[in-house]
Write a protein that binds this ligand. Structure first.
Ligand code: GTP
Ligand code: MG
Length: 297
């Protein structure tokens, strides 16, 4: 990649591949054309992120959140089918201060394309607590560590759940300190104490579903937002959007953008290797070698 001619040639290669015109470099009848087209398609494939980390840190949830909220192709351990080598970027998800297993995993990932993230930020309660934990992680690892709550980014409460939350909020209910008390219905602090009656089967199912979908902090936040009378209390959609924002998934965008050039660099290296292989097979060898070596086509 050192001399000017190679850099210029790389520029042409990248431009042709990005325009989906790599195949045009050779005649329509050339035996190399299919190879070039396949290499071009591979070069132009969408950015793909693999989520790593210790089990239970929320890897599959983060992958889903990134797909749904950031429109990025992301995959967690529960969905992995192909070889891991297809990833462009890796996110290492932490559940708290890094442990031995985190250090071991991190040392096996490409440092220039790995982003370390603190997940389940909501479980720390106040955002400032999660921020302090993330800052400790950042200090100990020597990299930036954004804190995010992927579960909130996936919030897709249905109308029925929203109406139920609104009913609880209207009665002044708040999330009790013990999750078990939410499930049994003893969560009311308001004058009507609506939850102090044993809840029926349907209600218990609703509560179980809510805990699974947005967990304690999500429920507490939803009740607070609805009680405050703001737009989030207007509809299930508005409440979901408010929870998406609180997830702070947007914190992942700058570190991803910051690594796009590195991704491009590695994809070009892969593209050049594929073209070298095609040239070695002898098809349109001169054209391809010229493209790889010289300043343009
Ligand atoms: N409160 C909270 N819970 C979360 C968050 N992300 C994931 N979880 C929960 O953590 C549990 C594990 O989530 P997964 O996404 O399956 O995590 P994983 O790392 O793939 O873990 P395993 O599949 O168990 O190996 C689930 O109950 C999730 O709902 C989050 O941001 N906040
Ligand atoms: Mg999982």
């Amino acid at each position: 990649m050192g001399d000017a001619a190679t850099i210029e040639s790389t520029g042409v290669l990248a431009r042709m591949a990005e325009a989906g015109r790599l195949g045009d470099l050779v005649a329509p009848t050339s035996a190399a054309r299919a190879d070039l087209e396949a290499a071009g398609r591979r070069y132009a494939r969408p950015l793909h992120v693999e989520i790593c980390g210790r089990p239970g840190t929320g890897r599959d949830t983060l992958a889903r959140a990134m797909r749904e909220r950031l429109a990025v192709s992301a995959i967690g351990p529960g969905e992995s089918t192909g070889p891991a080598a297809d990833a462009d970027l890796w996110i290492h998800l932490l559940g708290g201060p890094p442990r031995r297993a985190d250090h071991d995993l991190l040392s096996s990932l490409p440092a220039d394309r790995t982003i370390v993230v603190l997940g389940k930020a909501d479980t720390h309660g106040e955002p400032s607590v999660a921020a302090a934990v993330a800052a400790d992680c950042a200090r100990s690892l020597g990299v930036e560590v954004p804190a995010v709550s992927p579960l909130l980014a996936c919030s897709d409460l249905a109308d029925e759940e929203f109406v139920y939350l609104r009913r609880l909020a209207a009665a002044g209910a708040k999330m009790p300190p013990m999750t078990g008390r939410f499930l049994t219905g003893t969560l009311a602090e308001g004058p009507d104490r609506p939850g102090s009656e044993p809840s029926g089967g349907d209600e218990r199912a609703l509560r179980t579903g809510l805990l699974r979908r947005i967990d304690r902090f999500g429920i507490a936040t939803a009740l607070r937002l609805i009680a405050a009378g703001g737009p989030a209390g207007g509809s299930a959609g508005a409440l979901n959007r408010a929870l998406h924002e609180l997830s702070r998934l947007d914190r992942l965008v700058p570190p991803i953008r910051g690594r796009v050039e590195r991704v491009r660099f590695w994809r070009l290296a892969e593209l050049r290797a594929a073209l070298e292989l095609t040239a070695a097979r002898g098809h349109d060898r001169e054209t391809i070698e010229h493209l790889l070596r010289a300043g343009g086509v």
